[in-house]
Write a protein that binds this ligand. Structure first.
Ligand SMILES: *[C@@H]1O[C@H](CO)[C@@H](O)[C@H](O)[C@H]1NC(C)=O
Ligand SMILES: *[C@@H]1O[C@H](CO)[C@@H](O)[C@H](O)[C@H]1NC(C)=O
Ligand SMILES: *[C@@H]1O[C@H](CO)[C@@H](O)[C@H](O)[C@H]1NC(C)=O
Ligand SMILES: *[C@@H]1O[C@H](CO)[C@@H](O)[C@H](O)[C@H]1NC(C)=O
Length: 363
């Protein structure tokens, strides 16, 4: 064999070895992802081995999937946008027309709109491959989750990080480059906007204790007015905002933190799940947790200390040089996240036996 021939053979070998390595590595990565995703789910799932499919079949399966919105969330019509535009994925056919039920690949069922009534679920027999998605952004305390929901749904779509489709109230975007942080001028100390005032709730009780040591301006029904168009400009005058959740559940970290505090550049003082859970969503030094203090009195002292020490107060804004708070997820994007999840696991079999228990428990 001449040297050109040898070269060719060698190049062919290199190509072969390279291809084998590629396939091998992708295989390992794929298995790793599957294993870690399954471990992370924390939801008991039933998953018999997947049948082998040709990629052609899979491609056909994910093109133009029909998602039936069983109701408009809260009965309010919203925009439906192309998922190719929002997420750069193949489009789904998203519809509210119930006549699509027998042909729909998935039905998106918004928990609140069931009003606790199993009769409001689809009553016709379910087509074999149709998947039902349980869609809920309310906490199990504000809107109860009953056991009639168990063993009916195939996917969950909630604010919980361990949902199949994760819809957080807010999130942090990493900035493309570091930016200088300019804190808006502050003339007031602590604000709280509350519409649902329950005297024996944990948050109102905590406030009653706190106000003995600290002036808190309260906005909302029966309190100071907070017009929608002056929301941010009003709250941004404050150094701190009481982001007290109405009930305490894992990952239930709502617009009270994201919009009322972060968007208005007030440092959130949070009452909700443990600090560790907040730190899964935002930097540790971006908020003050009431659990960091043995009593409301000590929290009040700490806020007064920060009020007097600008350097220390400003340290609660350092993260803003590289992160930007964002949220909430628009409805159209939520629908497209469902579309993407369906496309990513075509023909996946899964059912959630104890949905109600899962949603009520903490990890
Ligand atoms: C997707 O399916 C719907 C319903 O059958 C149809 O109206 C629409 O034209 C289809 N879109 C594409 C791009 O195939
Ligand atoms: C940030 O501040 C530094 C120092 O004042 C300045 O040199 C730099 O240009 C600023 N960067 C931006 C993006 O404004
Ligand atoms: C203000 O806080 C900084 C940082 O924690 C600290 O180094 C400084 O001594 C404080 N200043 C006063 C006057 O307490
Ligand atoms: C979805 O869940 C239902 C109810 O448990 C089950 O009968 C059905 O086989 C599941 N379908 C898929 C595609 O996972």
């Amino acid at each position: 064999m001449n040297s050109t021939g040898q070269m060719k053979t060698w190049t062919l070998w290199k190509l072969l070895i390279f291809t084998f390595l590629q396939v091998g590595i992708s295989g390992i990565v794929f298995i790793y992802i599957r294993v870690s995703v399954n471990l992370d789910l924390g939801v008991p799932i039933l998953q018999p081995p997947k049948p082998l499919r040709s990629s052609l079949l899979v491609e056909e399966k994910i093109s133009n999937l029909t998602i039936l919105l069983w109701t408009w969330p809260f009965g309010v019509r919203s925009h439906i946008e192309k998922c190719s535009r929002l997420l750069g994925i193949p489009d789904c056919h998203i519809t509210v027309k119930r006549s699509w039920y027998p042909k729909a690949d998935a039905v998106l069922i918004h928990h609140f709109d069931l009003y606790g009534n199993p009769q409001r679920l689809p009553q016709e027999p379910r087509p074999l491959s149709q998947r039902w998605i349980w869609f809920n952004l309310e906490s199990p305390t504000t809107y109860s989750v009953q056991s009639f929901l168990d063993s009916r749904f195939n996917l969950t779509m909630t604010y919980r990080r361990d949902s199949d489709i994760y819809i957080p109230y807010g999130w942090m975007d990493v900035l493309p480059q570091k930016q200088n942080v300019t804190i808006p001028p502050k003339s007031k100390l602590v604000a709280w906007a509350v519409s649902n005032w329950k005297p024996d709730s944990q948050r109102v009780k905590y406030y009653q204790e706190l106000k003995k040591y600290l002036q808190v301006d309260i906005y909302g029904r029966h309190h100071l007015p907070l017009p929608r168009d002056q929301h941010l400009s009003t709250l941004s005058q404050y150094k701190f905002y009481l982001a007290f959740e109405n009930s305490i559940h894992e990952d239930y970290i709502t617009e009270k933190v994201w919009k009322n505090a972060f968007f208005s550049w007030a440092v959130p003082v949070v009452l909700g799940p443990p600090r560790k859970n907040y730190e899964r969503h935002m930097p540790p030094e971006s908020f003050i947790h009431i659990d960091d203090f043995p009593s409301a009195k000590e929290l009040a002292n700490f806020l007064h200390t920060l009020d007097r020490n600008t350097t220390r107060y400003e340290s609660y804004f350092h993260w803003r040089s590289w992160l930007k708070p964002n949220g909430p997820t628009p409805w159209a994007l939520m629908f497209c996240k469902a579309c993407r999840a369906l496309q990513e696991n075509p023909g996946q079999y899964q059912t959630i036996p104890d949905l109600s228990k899962w949603f009520k428990q903490s990890r």
